[in-house]
Design a protein around this ligand. Structure first.
Ligand code: B12
Length: 218
């Protein structure tokens, strides 16, 4: 009997937490074979597993080697699911310049945000991690981006987000771009404080936020 999608998503999440790369791939293939939604499986399976792994790290149950094995499992699952995401084609593609701010090399969450945005019809220019403020601004101008999306996982680098907004203001081009922010220590109140246009808690919400910011359907 085919397994329900909830059960498969839970298995995916568990396989990531348990660092089982082969099992992650196997369950991801099952998701595809059963015709379940790949986007949903990434959000509620793989991303959920990585989120749980992060919590175990905080509780000192897991250390860096375990986390990296969890992320290997997550990426292996992504390789299976990504080609099966139902891409939404829009007329004009909205462009997002995305990156992790300077001083921070955590990029797992940023990569998930990228995949979900692309799946939803956005064109994403990925600047990678440890990106100086000026690079965001220059690239956004060059590609005439609609949105600048900033990620950080560390309290020590949150200020870099304000630097990007400050640069836009100094150049007199703040109004040309929407700025969205996210990552572990970021909150709506922080976003408000630095004058960002929006914050969201995870990759699926980031898509909703991006759509709202460019004025397309929810
Ligand atoms: C995995 C991890 C690592 C990996 C990173 C691998 C990689 N390539 O990314 C490794 C082991 C390399 C690492 C290194 C370090 N880490 Co580390 N790491 C983590 C950990 C455990 C999980 C992060 C993660 O990937 N979560 C899973 C993803 C899916 O979640 P996420 O990133 O939050 O992303 C989601 C949302 O936040 C949101 N989102 C993310 N970005 C954006 C952007 C936008 C625009 C939007 C809208 C949404 C959005 O959507 C994502 C998907 O749903 C966290 C603890 C934690 N629980 O967060 C510590 C943590 C972030 N690390 C920490 C630290 C200190 C470090 C190190 C300095 C060394 C150390 N002592 O461990 C170095 C960093 C070096 C540097 N300068 O960057 C601290 C930061 C403390 C602080 N100052 O705030 C944390 C909080 C752990 C802790 N409590 O000490 N780390």
């Amino acid at each position: 009997m085919p397994k329900g999608k909830e059960e498969l998503y839970k298995k995916l999440s568990d396989a990531v937490v348990q660092m089982e790369e082969e099992e992650t791939v196997r369950v991801a293939e099952e998701v595809v074979a059963e015709g379940h939604d790949a986007y949903e499986a990434i959000d509620r399976g793989l991303a959920d597993g990585m989120d749980r792994a992060g919590k175990l790290f905080e509780e000192e149950e897991y250390f860096i080697p375990e986390l990296l094995m969890c992320s290997d499992a997550m990426y292996a699952g992504l390789d299976v699911l990504k080609p099966h995401i139902r891409r939404e084609e829009q007329g004009e593609k909205h462009r997002v310049v995305l990156g992790v701010v300077e001083g921070d090399t955590h990029d797992i969450g940023k990569n998930l945000v990228k995949i979900m945005l692309e799946a939803s019809g956005f064109e994403v220019v990925d600047l990678g991690r440890d990106v100086p403020p000026g690079d965001f601004v220059e690239k956004a101008k060059a590609v005439r981006a609609h949105i600048i999306a900033l990620s950080t996982l560390m309290t020590t680098t949150m200020g870099e987000m304000a630097q990007v907004i400050g640069l836009l203001e100094r150049e007199g081009i703040r109004g040309q771009f929407k700025v969205m922010v996210g990552g572990g220590p970021i909150s709506q109140s922080f976003a408000d404080k630095i004058g960002a246009d929006g914050y969201s808690v995870n990759a699926a919400e980031a898509v909703r936020l991006a759509r709202r910011l460019v004025g397309s359907r929810p």
